[in-house]
Design a protein around this ligand. Structure first.
Ligand code: AMP
Ligand code: MG
Length: 393
């Protein structure tokens, strides 16, 4: 059994493979990882721009200015201002080169074509310089960025329409268990509704992995071997849930071994997720997650998510970890293994939620973080600082 740190190190070590890249349209870019730097082809803003509705002025001797014209947003007209001249101007409009400042309209007094400026003027006030946000030819977003909605807005504003991104891996989610039936049917005694695939498909979708195939296997050694062998041949990443533990009908480990998967580790000293398996066959990575839904989701966030991010070349593959004061006293149960506890950051700290059982998903509905407790933790005092991993999205 290896430590969490070692397991994570091994997962990341085996995830970089010089992934293929492709060009996509920017509007489809959400959650893709940039395969090259994106440079701006324009200055932004492209011209000196007014940040206010008001008056552009060339600073004169008195606070009285003569209004010589008007420039609306979108106009391409300009004016030559002499000292003491003003131009009526609106937010987003081009400021004439001869204007020194823009005074907001709330701070002027208008009489006919004369305005009296009632607040101190400073050179360049309320003028956004050309290229203030970004200069033509410089990097707007570096390679390795995971594209979010704000990036799409930013790049669209620079006139960019396509991106070079890492291709996403093809992913199979394989569920195992004779007890599993599909929701929508009557529930016979002894069976449960299969829910891991729906949970993992939805989680993967949140990170932009939309083409995920779900495959089901019964607890039978022969079919487990056969189905896993073809799945591994056809996908870049295979995520199996259930059947990875030590029960008589847990065939996943044995089957993977028999079909020539290199076991990188099997079993991690952690709670939940002790039976976690990770292996590789040629370029395909295989994760064996525990069948218990909350354990499977925890292992997904802690191991599979960083693997996928690194696979695509993301700059920051780890879950963001911060230090937080604990909001209450907590007695650790089963402290012989390091633990990930479903938790909620709120107010000035983090609270560990109830219903921590691996079989119960309810706490994940409220959680926005996992508190990490190292091995041999016992009593935690209110206010004690704990390592807190933020759940992505
Ligand atoms: P296993 O890891 O196969 O021993 O399964 C551990 C527990 O998780 C058992 O109670 C299973 O019934 C349950 N389980 C396994 N796979 C799923 C699944 N796909 N959906 C919901 N529960 C599952
Ligand atoms: Mg099982």
């Amino acid at each position: 059994m290896i430590t969490i740190e070692k397991a994570l190190e091994l997962v990341l070590l085996h995830s970089s493979k010089g992934v293929k890249t492709k060009e996509i349209s920017l509007s489809d870019g959400l959650e893709y990882v940039l395969a090259s730097d994106v440079c701006s082809e324009i200055d932004m803003p492209p011209f000196r721009q007014s940040a206010m509705d008001g008056y552009a002025v060339r600073i004169g001797e008195t606070n009285r200015y003569k209004v010589i014209g008007e420039i609306q947003a979108g106009d391409n007209s300009t004016f030559l201002l002499n000292k003491g001249d003003a131009v009526r101007i609106f937010t987003g409009a081009p400021v004439p080169d001869t204007a020194d400042a823009v005074m907001m309209q709330e701070k002027v007094n208008i009489e006919g074509d004369t305005v009296t400026i009632e607040a101190p003027l400073k050179i360049m006030m309320n003028i956004r310089p050309k290229g203030e946000q970004i200069k033509k030819g410089t990097i707007a977003l570096p390679k390795g960025t995971s594209v979010k909605a704000a990036h799409i807005g930013f790049l669209t504003g620079l006139g960019i329409t396509t991106l070079q991104v890492a291709e996403k891996p093809t992913i199979a989610v394989v569920v195992t268990g004779n007890e599993l039936i599909q929701a929508g049917q009557e529930l016979p005694f002894g069976k449960i509704y299969e829910s891991n695939s729906a949970m993992l498909v939805a989680t993967l979708k949140e990170f932009g992995y939309c083409n995920v195939q779900v495959i089901s296997i019964k607890d039978d050694y022969g079919s487990t071997k056969k189905i896993l062998a073809t799945t591994i041949e056809n996908f870049d990443v295979v995520i199996v849930t259930g059947g990875v533990s030590v029960g008589d009908y847990d065939f996943v480990g044995k089957a993977l071994n028999a079909i020539g998967v290199d076991e990188i580790f099997h079993k991690v000293k952690q709670k939940p997720g002790k039976p976690l398996f990770f292996g590789k066959k040629e370029e395909t990575a295989i994760f064996g997650l525990p069948g218990n839904p909350a354990a499977a989701l925890t292992c997904f966030y802690v191991y599979v998510y960083p693997f996928l991010k690194k696979y695509e070349g993301a700059e920051d593959a780890h879950l963001l970890t911060i230090s937080q004061p604990l909001l209450h006293h907590y007695t650790v149960i089963g402290g012989d293994r390091a633990q990930f506890l479903k938790a909620k950051i709120q107010g000035d700290g983090v609270g560990i939620l109830g219903a921590q059982s691996s079989a119960m998903l309810s706490a994940f509905g409220t959680a926005n973080a996992l508190v990490f407790l190292p091995e041999n933790s016992t009593e935690l005092l209110k206010g004690e600082i704990v390592k807190t991993m933020l759940l992505p999205n």
